[in-house]
Design a protein around this ligand. Sequence first.
Ligand code: ATP
Ligand code: MG
Length: 140
Amino acid sequence: MAIQRTFSIIKPDATARNLTGKIIAKFEDAGLRVVASKRIRMTREQAEGFYAVHKERPFFGELVDFMISGPVVVQVLEGEDAVAKNREVMGATNPAEAAPGTIRKEFALSIGENSVHGSDAPETAAEEIKFFFSDDEIVG
Ligand code: ATP
Ligand code: MG
């Protein structure tokens, strides 16, 4: 498996509880390298655009309101098999179903306030990285 890049968001429930360092340590311990990072407050338009794939889901409004409720840290993670590795470190969407040691098991509050986002495939990773970063902001 070649070196890949994936896109990550540390969500508002985690920034509010000052957990960014603990979450980044989980990525680094798994062999993922942070090659781009910025702390931002998403606009409603950004959040709606980023989650457009979920716009027909019943939780869409709640999801957008949550994602703009506080600062987030958007990041590009690089490493062997980075997309799958990041999903493994994150754990299941619902923290009640997440495996021991995963970010969501240790830190998530609920299925909505679940501390992190991670791309689900290499193609979506490329699109999501472009949504938040220009090429010169990524330094591998
Ligand atoms: P993410 O895309 O954030 O990495 P995921 O791929 O595990 O998470 P998705 O199915 O893509 O999960 O859902 C996107 C996000 O929408 C979830 O991370 C969660 O914050 C929220 N969400 C999903 N299902 C629910 C639900 N039933 N109720 C409330 N929020 C939900
Ligand atoms: Mg998803």
